[in-house]
Design a protein around this ligand. Sequence first.
Ligand SMILES: *Cc1c(COP(=O)(O)O)cnc(C)c1O
Length: 398
Amino acid sequence: MVATVLLNKPVREKFLVFGAPDIQEPEIQEVIDTLRSGWLSTGPRCKKFEELFRDYVGCEYAIALNSCTAGLELALEALGIGPGDEVITTPLTFCATANVIIHRGAHPVFVDVDRATGNIDPEKVLRAVSPRTKAILPVHLYGRPCPMDELLKIASDHGLYVIEDAAHASEAWYRGRKIGTIGDVTVFSFYATKNLVTGEGGMLVTNSKKVADEIRIKQLHGLSRDAWRRYSEEGFQPYDVVAAGYKYNMMDLQAALGIHQLARLEDNLKIRERYWQIYDETFASIGGIITPDHLENADFGTTRHARHLYTILLDTDRLGISRWEFMNALKEEGIGTGVHFIALHLHSFYRERFGYNRGDFPNAEYISDRTVSLPLSSCLKLRDVYDVISAVEKVLTN
Ligand SMILES: *Cc1c(COP(=O)(O)O)cnc(C)c1O
């Protein structure tokens, strides 16, 4: 009787939330200061955050936006991608990556991923290039940089743009180059679960003045430059509407968070790297679990994984437990988990609209069917990491 009670006691009393944001006093204080300043929407803090982020990445232009999704859409528009065009991307991503292509009236052409990394496979990209292809939209999945040398070669050989979805990859480097300095446009996400958090938010970066000038205007209604100052203490500034723009600007309240999140970004990465290593060493020796590949180590320290999501693959054929059963059992133990991602071509919209089917992208499906994301956040304590490990071990032994 006693033994049964002990056995059924969950590993944790208090639920460990998946993807908890690491918000600390400096951000909280800055938000309060922003509220007191009276300037809530796009203003001086957005400008400062853009400059700090631009310097962090080492690119020419950085534009703060209300989301990464908005940035991807603006990038496609600024590069002239529209009806009839094709954009090659990965099915193993969040739906926003493909939806923005559809919003432009263009066609998302999915190609399969590399089974070891989950990133888009350049050989498959090359095979998918057609006369209508205008761009490649790679996603640095989980924070691991895509094979950019190969993708850039295909792009330059065929006159394609490269727009990078770096929602997971704020801190990533590829062969000595910072992510954000490689493709034509790169967009980062600061959504509540990402490495740098502003609640909602994103940053678009580019080295092209032409692209930056257009997006700067388009992101705020198409108003002429610096129109955000129109209600400043200099008195009302006249503005001109020069394009039918969007309402995609970031607020100073969000930038207030971003400024301090950015200041801790590198330290937080070190914390996640440590937890990652603990997970990796432990899970590598557990049968039925496939741990992430270490391919980034092949570049002798010139490539850096941003360690956004720690994902294991469940060898479901061997374990005799489904992924959903495994996640449910972890929930009963007080551990929150996630799935990144159910491949897009398995969702009804993309199947019905584009005729995609199961079987089209075997590697993406292999990962999609087996992947489970475990908690990995800089606000976890070492104790939490060991709770996750205990819970996984317990679920798999039962
Ligand atoms: C989160 C995410 C996005 C969207 O970011 P938002 O800032 O929420 O718009 C895009 N792509 C990927 C791969 C993501 O994980």
